[in-house]
Write a protein that binds this ligand. Structure first.
Ligand code: AMP
Ligand code: MG
Length: 348
């Protein structure tokens, strides 16, 4: 009897010990390190799950890589490679640039081609003229827009590789390169790669609405996909009209509610410019979110799909973009509707 009771006590003790071990293992996995920065003109955050000291050092390296990218491509920094290329536009001279800037400009030109010019990296003079998101925002005149549009040609941006070195030349003085539509997505991909190379398995990056979910969200007894909310533009920040579950995927949203300029007449001008007219885009799209493996591709699509709409988006997605999906929020009030392109089953 005593033997049986002590066996029972032992079994209970072993069970309790096991529960404690599993709990401790689980809580070790779910350590969270969060780091916030302002970069690329927006609020950026990196959240890493797992060992804190490993996370801290990996996050530091990721920020270094993002800062290096920003120093190369920002139009707000006078000595960035992009600013220098713009300053030399029309001079007939080639400017030597970093491999990364070369790759990003090449990518932007290719995405411009894939989106029939809806995403146009040569729109810089129009973006500066509108100034949306700055203190100098204004509505340009039709004449100003037409003059600027005449030089906003992606074909004026030339790239060249010579002896393993990279060069850029902008052939017309009035053409201005601006990578604002793809820079944040590219940065999120760069940062995610740095984290992975440092051995980080699970992290969530949010670069001004460009989200990258690296790995999974750890729970006490395992892991699940990250749940990413799609912001409801008619509600407070953080209130979603839908949720997507993702791992090793990016979710990028462009919204007309995000950044806009209210003109003297009270009219709202979106920060996305229609490259066929030079005017701020006017349509019934409230937001478009793209889900896919590369944040840079999603970023290029989110901007261009705002112009192309669901039908144009469908034909771009069919042109070699397997694994990419778009969610449009269209209309207002009773007319409001969600349209999924590329798959019906992405929303929860
Ligand atoms: P996103 O927030 O990714 O949609 O990018 C919008 C930003 O890209 C704007 O703030 C402008 O700087 C720039 N932009 C606006 N319209 C276009 C366009 N049609 N093509 C390329 N860049 C654009
Ligand atoms: Mg974009």
């Amino acid at each position: 009897m005593t033997n049986r009771r002590s066996a029972l006590v032992l079994a209970v003790e072993i069970f309790i010990l096991l529960v404690i071990v599993v709990f401790l293992a689980g809580s070790a996995r779910t350590k969270v390190t969060i780091s916030n920065r302002i970069c690329l003109g927006t609020a950026c955050s990196i959240t890493v799950y797992g060992n804190a000291s490993k996370a801290k050092s990996a996050i530091g390296k990721a920020w270094d890589a993002v800062t290096e990218l920003e120093n190369h491509i920002s139009v707000n920094l006078p000595y960035s490679e992009v600013s220098l290329a713009n300053a030399m536009a029309g001079s007939g001279q080639w400017l030597e640039i970093s491999e990364q800037t070369y790759e990003l400009v090449d990518f932007a030109i290719r995405m411009s081609d894939k989106t029939s010019g809806a995403m146009n990296p040569a729109l810089g003079s129009l973006i500066a003229m509108w100034g949306i998101g700055t203190d100098d925002a204004r509505v340009p005149s039709q004449e100003e827009l037409e003059t600027a549009l005449a030089s906003a040609k992606v074909g004026n941006i030339l790239l060249q590789r010579r002896d393993g070195r990279c060069f850029i030349q902008i052939t017309e003085a009035a053409t201005v390169l601006n990578l604002g539509a793809v820079g944040k997505g590219w940065a999120a991909d760069v940062a995610a790669k740095v984290l992975s190379s440092c051995g980080i398995e699970n992290a969530l990056l949010d670069f001004g609405g460009n989200i990258y979910a690296l790995g999974k969200f750890p729970t006490t007894f395992g892991a699940r996909d990250f749940s990413i909310g799609l912001q409801d533009p008619d509600q407070y920040r953080g209130m979603n009209f839908s949720v997507v579950s993702v791992h090793n995927l990016s979710v990028v949203t462009s919204g007309s509610y995000e950044r806009f300029f209210e003109g003297p007449d009270g009219h709202r001008y979106s920060h996305i410019i229609d490259p066929s007219t030079g005017w701020s885009i006017e349509n019934d799209i409230q937001s478009v979110s793209i889900i896919g493996p590369s944040s840079a591709v999603c970023d290029a699509m989110s901007t261009s799909f705002f112009i192309l709409g669901p039908e144009g988006a469908a034909s771009v997605l069919q042109d070699g973009f397997d694994g990419y999906f778009a969610v449009f929020l269209l209309g207002n009030g009773a007319d409001r509707r969600v349209v999924q392109v590329g798959s019906d089953g992405i929303l929860e």
